[in-house]
Design a protein around this ligand. Sequence first.
Ligand SMILES: NC(=O)c1ccc[n+]([C@@H]2O[C@H](COP(=O)([O-])OP(=O)(O)OC[C@H]3O[C@@H](n4cnc5c(N)ncnc54)[C@H](O)[C@@H]3O)[C@@H](O)[C@H]2O)c1
Length: 342
Amino acid sequence: MTGSSAPPFAVISGTQVQQALAGRERQVTELVEETYRLHGAGDSVNPPSYFLRFPDRPSARIIALPASIGGKARVDGLKWISSFPENVAAGIPRASAVLILNDHDTGYPFACLESSIISATRTAASAALAADWLTRGRPRPARVGFFGTGLIARYIHTFLAGNGWSFDEIGVHDLSADSAAGFRGYLEKAGPGRITVYEDAEQLIRSSDLVVFATIAGEPHVSDLSWFEHNPVVLHVSLRDLAPEILLASTNLVDDVEHCLKASTSPHLAEQLTGGRDFLAGTLDDVMSGRVTVPADRPVVFSPFGLGVLDLAVGKYVYDEVTRSGELHVIDDFFHELRRHG
Ligand SMILES: NC(=O)c1ccc[n+]([C@@H]2O[C@H](COP(=O)([O-])OP(=O)(O)OC[C@H]3O[C@@H](n4cnc5c(N)ncnc54)[C@H](O)[C@@H]3O)[C@@H](O)[C@H]2O)c1
């Protein structure tokens, strides 16, 4: 964006975002892998997320994730994502979000994108990427278990399937019977695999070699080490389910150390308990780059805090796709007052 004309500002709807991403699970997972590598190499700025909380609505929060990435995307921006868990009972999703993209050279915002889909997509792509890398030194899991079965669990299943995973056994556990039934309905349409809904969390974990946590638990509710004696790979996407003792008996990988050891995540609790970070093996990028090897004879826990750079990379991908399709909705005259002295 150069010259003196007013930069165009576009709004991209959820429908357009979904169209741009549908069926692109492999490409988006590769994009997320590239972005983790860029971030690992230092070609990014990703300050801590800011959590806005409310005394009158203690279960709610809105998180700001500012970030900047280099590489092909070369873009700055901000994801602004709300989590209002009571929404679910009212029939609308817990999370809602927008993503603002800012131009690298002028700083001008040039797009606002519906971002709950982008956020779920980058989260699921990261989980599928981790499932691939963290199981390379062991038999590929044929039994998956979903602990918490909301929107994120659905996206993660879609991304696993889209990346070529298939399962003989699919376990499901949720505190809400409605959620478990709804997810079961999705799984039945999605493809093969024997589906079992477990009332008992222990049975779900003992029956799964790949375990996906996608609950909204605020503090640990799984603390029995013996449930993990078969050394599963655990995608701890909801970050606060596992007691620190479980982490201390596992190989722990995160997406970014500084990010993840915050906000009362299980890794943060493990750091507080031990007074150090020795329990962390490293990041997923360390594994992808061969700096860390993942042993097969312990449980493996991946706790991804969720990086703004991933939202930016996926958001820019969507922007480019929508632009290419000729469907970009530009808001005329969005920026006004463009001459300094009138
Ligand atoms: N790490 C990341 O990058 C990242 C990104 C996006 C979302 N998330 C997290 O993923 C989680 C799931 O998000 P969602 O949009 O699917 O939420 P959702 O509200 O749609 O679904 C959550 C489900 O978990 C169930 N649940 C809650 N507590 C439980 C418990 N103790 N045991 C079993 N089930 C339980 C609920 O009944 C619900 O069905 C949230 O915690 C969210 O913060 C993480």
